[in-house]
Design a protein around this ligand. Structure first.
Ligand code: AVJ
Length: 309
């Protein structure tokens, strides 16, 4: 039996009338590098805006968290944002970054270690949706603080957000808090270019998924015969990424053949733009109370502090 979860997801996702692939597979080493380039694009406002909020409000966040804390970051990526929080915190004791891209995670954790020699760092290479951290979390004198920046929560459906927040609530325990970044609903005139940039970095990020399938699953996708597409789905308040087949064609993956009509797409990501009230309701159902919200002057992005109830 073959238990590779990537293979299972790809073979399953390509077998429906609307082909789709879970967005977490976008983040192999190359995908993680491309995503880091996306965060620096002029059109991609979320990272820059969230950084501005974190920089200007870190001391408020740090005093809400208190001294000698343990910070747990979900979907940690390159660990740039957490430095802002760590720098503001009073003697943080430990940091647990959780990320699905093991190589990227370990490189970033080593870099962090060099700059924060007193901090215990325990990287966990896992899908943050599947991880069960309870036992693995280090003890400390202060509170546990979850950290989930980047609006990654927007990749999830309501049911998965609930499952994730409930999981985090039981991992982090009573008395914990959770800082979550959430991109806000806004005009598609701003959203669409952020997900379809002029330099084509987002296109490369999306197409890299087919490259990964070719390399890891013996696929034969013709990368020149698919195009990146960003769509605004107003009814669902989300940006969707798709890969559009430019001609009738077929591709083989792990020995199975999949047909594509011209114009047919593979749906590769949802990036939901969830308002504060809707998120507050989900948090409440999962055992959290929305305590504070910090936003930029243009209300593009929100950073929220949840407190365990
Ligand atoms: C990392 C999930 C927050 O949805 O904005 C960026 C991923 N996709 N450009 C987002 C992404 C295309 C990003 N998140």
């Amino acid at each position: 039996m073959n238990t590779d979860p990537f293979r299972a997801d790809v073979l399953d996702g390509l077998s429906y009338p609307q082909k789709s692939l879970p967005s977490r597979w976008l983040y192999d080493a190359e995908g993680s590098r491309l995503f880091d380039r996306i965060t620096e694009l002029p059109e991609y406002y979320p990272t820059r805006t969230e950084l501005k909020i974190l920089r200007s409000r870190a001391s408020e966040m740090a005093s809400a968290i208190g001294p000698q804390s343990v910070v747990i970051e979900y979907g940690a990526g390159s660990l740039l944002k957490v430095r802002i929080l760590l720098d503001a915190l009073d003697r943080p004791e430990a940091f647990v970054p959780v990320d699905i891209s093991a190589s990227h995670l370990h490189t970033a954790a080593d870099e962090l270690k060099a700059d924060y020699p007193k901090l215990q760092i325990h990287p966990v290479a896992a899908d943050f949706m599947a991880s069960n951290l309870g036992e693995a979390l280090p003890q400390a004198a202060g509170r546990r603080a979850g950290f989930f920046p980047g609006s990654t929560v927007g990749n999830l459906l309501d049911a998965d957000i609930l499952r994730f927040l409930s999981n985090a609530r039981s991992d982090l325990g009573d008395g914990s808090c959770f800082i979550v970044g959430l991109d806000q609903p806004k005009s598609p005139d701003v959203l669409l270019p952020a997900y379809d940039d002029a330099q084509g970095v987002t296109a490369a990020f999306n197409l890299n998924l087919l490259k990964r399938i070719n390399r890891e699953l013996g696929g034969n996708f013709d990368l020149d015969a698919f195009a990146h597409e960003a769509r605004w789905n107003a009814a669902e308040s989300r940006i969707e990424m798709h890969l559009r087949s430019l001609k009738p064609q077929s591709a083989t993956v792990a020995g199975e053949r999949f047909r594509f009509a011209e114009g047919e797409t593979i749906h590769t990501e949802n990036s939901r733009k969830i308002g504060l009230d809707a998120f507050g309701e989900l948090a409440e159902k999962a055992g959290w109370r929305l305590d504070r919200t910090w936003m930029d002057d243009d209300n593009l992005f929100a950073v929220m502090m949840l407190e365990a109830v």
